[in-house]
Design a binder for this molecule. Structure first.
Ligand code: SF4
Length: 195
């Protein structure tokens, strides 16, 4: 696991996930703190073996404070049912904890400021698998510009933890033909990490 610089302290926060949420929920490290309605820390099982990571909160997430709300959240729930899981079994969060205006891609400077929080979440949860949802999340985490279709079906490491890449649920709303690929990805998750 790479070292993080949590509030310039050069140390991990090692307490409970809820306490970490409270500690950073008023973060002002980047300008997104000025435009957000809600800080979106993440939700789910603090002992999850699988953590799903998107790029950043969208409109509904910003309004509710919960990750993967709205229609893409419903698609995610359907995808989880493919592997006999619900949100109570997994943990879900984003690389950025605050919404970029108009859902633009995260800026590198924002990722630099916020990614240590994700790394610290992983340090506390200690999952067996990270699933990056969508090209932006995958490319941000893996520091690559590859197309998503070239990133699927491979196991990467992030902070020493296995990482797989699949489509963002919103991509299925735009293109239902991706459903087969997503089913294949979730089958891989099931066979390697659940079965
Ligand atoms: S996006 Fe991250 S670094 Fe920026 S204000 Fe929100 S929590 Fe802090």
């Amino acid at each position: 696991m790479q070292q993080i610089y949590y509030q310039n302290n050069n140390q991990y926060f090692t307490g409970k996930l809820d306490s970490f949420n409270q500690l950073i929920s008023n973060c002002q490290k980047c300008s997104l703190s000025k435009t957000r309605n809600n800080f979106v820390f993440g939700s789910g099982n603090p002992n999850a073996k699988i953590i799903f990571v998107g790029e950043a909160p969208g409109k509904h997430e910003d309004l509710t404070g919960s990750p993967f709300a709205g229609r893409s959240g419903k698609i995610l729930d359907q995808n989880l049912s493919l592997i006999n899981m619900t949100r109570k079994d997994i943990y879900i969060c984003n690389v950025l904890k605050c919404r970029p205006p108009n859902n633009r891609d995260p800026l590198p400077s924002e990722v630099d400021e916020c990614e240590p929080y994700l790394i610290n979440q992983l340090y506390i949860i200690k999952p067996k698998l990270i699933v990056a949802l969508g090209r932006v999340a995958a490319c941000t985490i893996l520091k690559t510009k590859e197309a998503l279709k070239n990133l699927r079906n491979k196991i990467y490491k992030y902070g020493g933890i296995d990482l797989l890449v699949t489509y963002h649920p919103a991509a299925l709303l735009r293109n239902p033909n991706l459903k087969k690929n997503v089913c294949d990805d979730f089958n891989l998750i099931y066979k390697k990490y659940i079965q």
